[in-house]
Ligand binder design. Structure first.
Ligand code: P61
Length: 460
């Protein structure tokens, strides 16, 4: 057999390990019942391979841990804030940096500063916390992502792209009522799908034409930059670092959850170029987060974020990070398991509608599939379908999105290829027995972001 040589391996070696626990089927049955069939309500000690999220679950580098010892825990003017500010300016290029405890803290401040009652916010697909803060500020989110984003089987290379006609219609029909265009890189709810530079430039031009701003959700911007490098014409010679800087330069500011790309366990920030908006944000941050030089983070956390930002834009890092996600996705595709194509940046998304066609969307097939996968092997994924979409704030009716997915999210630098193999095998076992999986009904539903705490029981 000819030797097939891999072109890359992880650009790190492992220095510290954390034991994980295997459980028996009976233990898992009891645990998922106690959790009301909601993987968010499982105790992590009952989870074998935790693919709930890539948020705050990264393995920090030795440099980041060393940086934690340099925490300047001064209430005001911490040295680490200035290190964070310098990193944001250097790698993302924004002028003003307002720290926040995590992404949604930044979203709250941004929404309160920019959105008023009756405003309309177009964007490339909703994200749960982002849309909720826009709605709580009186705005209405309008989805202007391309059609292909809603089709799991579409192989479009940039499913995060904006439908420019739809965007222009929203801008034209709502003069003076669009505070900004809300663009994410990569698009989480679409399956970790990137936006192209060409499309971002065109969206920017439309925003300029109608006199509004573009705000980026930069949470996974380095992952998006890698896809641009790999797939967009004329970009293959550029570094991820250069592309990240260009993406940010096409926008007026960003919100960031530093728990993702920047490889930290907690943290976030709002970054803006506009002096006046930044001044307002700096004033509001003291109400909700903390002083404007820590925003809810400890000094040591800001240091970890500053170092993590630098590590996150390294080509070798991103290649291995997304390479691992693609490894899992390709294995599942080879076995005929329906997933969102192309494989996304931060996880593999199972297409629950195609996986479990016997379960109507009103019985939450993705929720049922996430529970079934946990029962099989202790692998924990997350529902991203009707439960996550929640209810319309005005009518109260459930919003049934076209995508009904289970996300298997890969934490950065945490799991090995063997963990990916075990995961793929478990998904395949559930797939083989898919007709046995039954639908669910809600037994408890909280008002906001219901997917986090809702409880379920078998529908029949
Ligand atoms: C996640 F089930 N994401 O993917 P914060 N923007 C984007 C995010 O992905 C994001 C935030 C803003 C999480 C955690 C999470 O419905 C959920 O630091 C693109 O988490 O506040 C977070 O950043 C918010 C899981 C959030 C969820 C909301 O797992």
């Amino acid at each position: 057999m000819p030797l097939e040589r891999r072109s890359w391996a992880e650009p790190f070696k492992i220095k510290v390990v954390e034991p994980v626990r295997m459980t028996t089927p009976e233990q898992r049955r009891k645990a998922i019942e106690e959790a009301g069939y909601n993987t968010f309500l499982l105790r992590s000690r009952d989870v074998y391979i935790d693919l709930l999220t890539d948020s705050g679950t990264s393995a920090m580098s030795d440099r980041q841990w060393a940086g934690m010892m340099l925490g300047d825990e001064a209430y005001a003017g911490s040295e680490n804030f200035y290190r964070l500010e310098a990193a944001v300016r250097k790698y993302y290029g924004y002028r003003h940096v307002i720290p926040a405890h995590q992404g949604r803290g930044a979203e709250n401040i941004l929404s309160q500063v920019m959105i008023g009652p009756g405003d309309v916010v177009p964007g490339n697909m909703y994200f749960t916390t982002t849309r909720l803060h826009q709605e709580l500020a009186g705005g209405r989110f309008v989805d202007v992502i391309i059609e292909a984003a809603h089709e799991p089987a579409s192989e479009h290379p940039f499913k995060g792209d904006v439908d420019l006609e739809k965007l222009e219609t929203v801008l034209k029909e709502n003069p003076g009522r669009v505070p900004y265009v809300s663009l994410a890189a990569t698009v989480n709810m679409a399956g970790g799908q990137p936006i192209s530079l060409a499309n971002l430039r065109a969206a920017r031009a439309l925003a300029d034409k109608y006199g509004t701003r573009v705000i980026l959700d930069a949470t996974r911007v380095a992952e998006n930059a890698w896809f641009i490098q790999q797939r967009e014409a004329g970009q293959s010679h550029r570094s991820v670092r250069e592309i990240v800087l260009e993406i940010c330069s096409l926008t007026d500011g960003c919100t960031m959850s530093a728990k993702k790309d920047p490889l930290a366990n907690i943290g976030g920030f709002l970054a803006l170029n506009d002096d006046e908006a930044a001044e307002k944000a700096r004033n509001l941050v003291v109400v909700y987060e903390g002083l404007h030089t820590y925003g809810g983070m400890a000094g040591r956390d800001m240091e970890a974020v500053a170092i993590g930002i630098e590590e996150s834009v390294e080509d070798d890092h991103i290649r291995a990070r997304i390479g691992q996600v693609i490894y899992l996705g390709e294995k599942l595709m080879k076995w005929g398991v329906p997933i969102v194509k192309p494989v996304g940046g931060h996880g593999v998304f199972l297409d629950a509608k195609a996986f479990l066609p016997q379960i109507p969307q009103s019985e939450y097939p993705a929720q049922a599939l996430a529970a079934a996968l946990y029962l099989d092997s202790g692998v924990r994924g997350m529902e991203r379908g009707a439960v996550s979409a929640g209810r319309d704030p005005v009518s109260g009716a459930e919003r049934f999105p076209r995508l009904e997915l289970v996300r298997l999210t890969i934490p950065r630098r945490v799991y090995t290829q063997a963990h990916m193999d075990v995961t793929a095998e478990s998904v395949y076992c559930v797939f083989e027995e898919r007709e046995k999986v039954k639908g669910l009904k809600i037994t408890y539903e909280p008002k906001h972001l219901r997917f986090f705490q809702a409880r379920f029981a078998p529908a029949v």
